[in-house]
Design a protein around this ligand. Sequence first.
Ligand code: BDR
Ligand code: CA
Length: 316
Amino acid sequence: MSVPRPILPEPIIPRPIIIDCDPGIDDAIALMLAFASSETLEVLAVTTVAGNVPLHLTEPNARRVRDLCGASQVPVLAGCPRPLLRRLVTADDIHGASGLEGSGLPPARGTADTRHAVDWLRDTIRARPGEITVAAVGPLTNLAVALVQRPELAYEIREIIIMGGAAGAGNVTPDAEFNFHVDPHAARIVFESGASITMVGLDITRQARALPEWLQTIAALDTPVARCVVGMLAHYGSVGGSLHDVLAVMQLLRPELMTFEACRVEIEIEDPETIGKSRVTRGVPPPEANAQVGFALDAPGFRAFLAERLGRYGAV
Ligand code: BDR
Ligand code: CA
């Protein structure tokens, strides 16, 4: 790509971030973690995409979580209602028909913002080159469309933290992780964009499990947020389910809990058997490496930190 990479300004604290998501139970807990960490993260907006459930549910679901967390100042913007080429595949078997099964949350207050997430992402990042981090924890459709509209965006985004992919086994097919499987073409566009990418894939997120004794700690908080988390996790896949998306936000708060390696990541878009697979080649020096990929997690440290942050919510 011929556009010059800007010299990044000094890091800003709190770090401005946009969370692009498809709530989704683990997305909801990732939002709770971010909203509870305002001394470190300034959530500029939550953008939503079709994924775990259709867009007409992910957008109000993000507002329901925002309402619960008392973060009414954060805009929620709906983006793309379908993947670039493929038919939408959802994960309501894991997250329930509403996407937030067991949350006990009331309908979202107010009305939906009419601005389109892709326009907002593109224009907001362009206005602050080198400053804004995107935590992308759903299919990558919104980011891909923004990057097609404006390739320079790859160098204007400070960093993209992606929950998606796997060096090892997938979770929807033997090869593919859900977010990349839903929109593999978008994932390909993002990984080939030249952006600075950190990939928090299944290799590390499978270690971030909500163990029963940890859930008891959360239940003992006995707040609306804690009751929502416990209620949702009772419905989330199997006991001790992995809090995939939470790790993408945690990476911005406590990166020392994780190990990363520079890798080359390539997304399969042609073979119907393996479509959405991320081929991860380790031990690759820059410039061939296009992502830092997470492998090991201090899981007890992760759970302790998340419990501390969820404990910050009172009777909101
Ligand atoms: C990813 O898929 C979704 O179901 C979760 O929200 C997470 O983003 C894990 O593969
Ligand atoms: Ca998600």
